[in-house]
Design a protein around this ligand. Structure first.
Ligand code: SF4
Length: 338
């Protein structure tokens, strides 16, 4: 690990200013991803600004019936919060599907959104990686790419975003609140918060230098049943090969509203609103769920080792929609349920 300076921030604006004025500075909160990256010298910050003392640790009611989640709320506390468990079970379940209990005790809401990809080559400094070193190439494109993207990828990067929490938040239309070095507050819909890789895979999010996540706001819970399902190689502790957050509202055998957000498929949580719109008013039955699944995966293509993700994602979407609509198919060996 390279030498760095360490300081504790007293308020969000000064924290933001201390990072904005030094390109080698980073915020640190739980540190569950950053410390690993520093040990491997993938990240080598000159200055660490510790934000753990900031007053960003509450889950509070919003006047419209939504919730405001402070950026420093630990994943364990958020998953266990009664308001979240009762009104946003998809978020609670996604959090509990992520990482291990020890990591969830340290990891924060803001840090979870900021975690880097788990692409093997990103962590192997002997291999080219455009995300770690722009312009060096993408080792995964023609390498071992079992865990990589099938949607939204570019020739520069085919990595996926690893967060479970962000997938659930995407299904809930969360908003990310930030504070800049001059005190400017910005509210970013989570749909726009993470980027597709394009020509700049080194940028995971739309945050500007020094911009600090202060909270995540959830709109009032949408009507319907919420389900989160994650398929992974190890059930004890692993990142998603495919995950699906679904919310289904139905009555008299017809779908009133459908939301489907997917993880493990792209550089950001993936949601296909066109597929959701086309399902509204249709029968809550297998044929409709199949067409939603096909629509979500429209345009998907694999890179050899990860081709299996396309049919797997379709099976998981079908199964999760059926479950949310009160029809529970028999689980299969991969846990996808149909
Ligand atoms: Fe790097 Fe992205 Fe390629 Fe992985 S997929 S090697 S993170 S450029």
């Amino acid at each position: 690990m390279r030498p760095f300076t360490y300081e504790r921030a007293a308020d969000p604006v000064s924290a933001s200013a201390r990072v904005a004025d030094n390109p080698g500075a980073k915020f640190i909160a739980g540190g569950t991803n950053l410390l690993d990256l520093m040990k491997l010298q993938i990240e080598a910050p000159q200055r660490l600004v510790d934000i753990n003392d900031l007053p960003l640790n509450g889950v509070t009611e919003l006047p419209d019936g939504g919730l405001r989640i402070g950026a420093l709320v630990r994943n364990t506390d958020l998953a266990a919060d009664r308001k979240v468990r009762e009104r946003y079970p998809v978020l609670s379940r996604a959090l509990l599907a992520g990482a291990s209990p020890q990591l969830r005790n340290k990891a924060t809401t803001g840090g979870n959104l900021m975690q880097r990809t788990r692409c093997y080559y990103f962590y192997d400094t002997s291999k080219p990686c455009n995300k770690r070193q722009p312009g060096s190439g993408c080792s995964a494109l023609h390498g071992y790419n079992r865990i990589h993207a099938v949607l939204g990828q570019s020739e520069r990067c085919i990595a996926v975003h690893p967060s479970d929490m962000a997938v659930a938040m995407r299904s809930l239309d969360a908003r990310v609140e930030t504070s800049g070095p001059d005190g400017t507050v910005r509210v970013i819909p989570i749909a726009d918060f993470h980027r597709l890789p394009g020509n700049e895979p080194q940028k995971d999010t739309v945050l500007e230098p020094g911009e600090l996540i202060t909270a995540v706001e959830l709109p009032p819970p949408p009507p319907g049943v919420q389900v989160y399902r994650k398929v992974r190689d190890r059930s004890s502790y692993d990142f998603a090969l495919v995950s699906v957050a679904a919310i289904v509202d139905h009555a008299d055998g017809k779908l009133k509203d459908v939301r489907v957000a997917c993880g493990g498929l792209a550089h950001k949580p993936w949601r296909a609103e066109t597929a959701e719109r086309s399902a509204r008013g249709r029968a809550a039955e297998a044929g409709t769920f199949s067409s939603v699944a096909e629509e979500v995966l429209k345009g998907a293509h694999g890179h050899g080792h990860n081709d299996f993700k396309i049919p797997l994602a379709q099976r998981v979407i079908r199964a999760v929609l059926a479950q949310a609509a009160g029809q529970t198919p028999e689980p299969t060996r991969d846990g996808s349920g149909s």
